[in-house]
Write a protein that binds this ligand. Structure first.
Ligand code: MRU
Length: 328
């Protein structure tokens, strides 16, 4: 995996050879983004079983360790659950068969994710207004998925369809996914990109320049409330205030239909040092109190549409999301 903590200044690939290394990579955000951590967790389970001498005894520990890395993105738990189902279906099979099947399944999870992102792009591209700017927050790109991206997948597909668009990327304090990752990714593709600080978003949303907002998601409740990177909620409110459509692009695996609304989504609290320092340089007095929630929840009333691989859900989301998830 590409070490996302070192981008854009260094391009370093990390090779994990046991599941604890995968768990650590997810926890420390060497790999991050909801679909990407789902794929990594699936691969972590496969590696864990590969390395274990007694997988039946170790399987729960492997799954539980990977599940304990980050709490908000439901794709993590989805990826582990998918591997658990495969494993449970192999009771009584030789250990080599179990190992092989789990490796195959993890590779399938990865390949499917790329195909899903392309479909999200296909459904989302027509929604992007031509000759306008798209605003995005955090990084929901190739780096955050197995490839192509969700929000950036929509932007890529719109760009590839010939639309004359450009992108405003919020820098996304405190971890700077927008500055370090989204700007880097889009520049590699030659898509015109402008970096802004998070507190500039309202100014530009009011200016008439932004045609739509497209962001990713970490977990979407049954009613369409969306957990995504901290700061997304403010962007959504400002988009609505200024009549700018606000789209969420996410795979069906990001839906958590067991939660009736967003208040039930667990929000990860990260270390204070991410706020009090930037690249190791202190930017706040020592000992200051800090809050560092990594995500916020945008109520469904601010969401114009949720773009999935199966189509675009619009309000009322409780019905439209269930239908897209094939639960009706
Ligand atoms: O803390 P991160 O960087 O893992 O948070 C990532 C986001 O919030 C993304 O917008 C979300 O996971 C969607 S990625 C396709």
């Amino acid at each position: 995996m590409l070490d996302q903590t070192l981008l854009p200044s260094q391009t370093v690939f990390v090779t994990c050879t046991d599941y604890l290394e995968v768990a650590n990579a997810i926890k420390t955000m060497i790999i991050r983004g909801a679909p990407a951590i789902g794929v990594a967790a699936a691969m972590g389970v496969a590696i864990g079983v590969q390395k274990s001498n007694d997988p039946d005894a170790d399987f729960s520990t492997i799954c539980d360790t990977l599940a304990a890395t980050r709490p908000t993105a439901v794709n993590l738990f989805w990826g582990i659950e998918r591997m658990r189902r495969v494993y449970n279906g192999l009771i009584g099979q030789p250990i080599e068969t179990k190992r092989q099947r789990l490796i195959e399944e993890a590779i399938r999870v990865r390949e499917e994710d790329i195909a899903i992102c392309k479909e999200i792009g296909r459904h989302g591209a027509p929604l992007v207004p031509d000759n306008k700017t798209v605003l995005t927050h955090c990084n929901a790109g190739a780096l955050a998925t197995a490839g192509y991206g969700t929000a950036l997948g929509v932007i890529r597909a719109a760009w590839d369809s010939g639309k004359k668009i450009d992108v405003f990327a919020d820098e996304t304090r405190p971890f700077l996914q927008g500055a370090r990752l989204t700007a880097w990714e889009l520049m590699q593709d030659g898509i015109p990109t402008t970096l802004i600080t998070d507190n500039m978003a309202g100014h530009f949303l009011k200016s008439g320049r932004i045609g739509c907002v497209v962001v990713g998601a970490d977990r979407i409740a049954a009613n369409g409330d969306v957990a995504n990177k901290i700061g997304t909620y403010s962007v959504a409110v400002l988009a609505k205030e200024n009549g700018v459509p606000f789209y969420v692009a996410a795979p069906i695996s990001t839906l958590d239909l067991t939660l009736t609304d967003g208040s039930q989504i667990p929000i990860e609290e990260r270390a204070a040092i991410e706020v009090t320092s930037v690249f190791g340089v202190p930017v706040a007095p020592e000992g200051v109190n800090v809050c560092n929630p990594a995500f916020d929840v945008t109520p469904n009333r601010y969401v114009t549409g949720i773009i999935t691989e199966n189509g675009v859900a619009v309000a009322p989301f409780t019905e439209s999301l269930r239908a897209l998830a094939g639960k009706n």
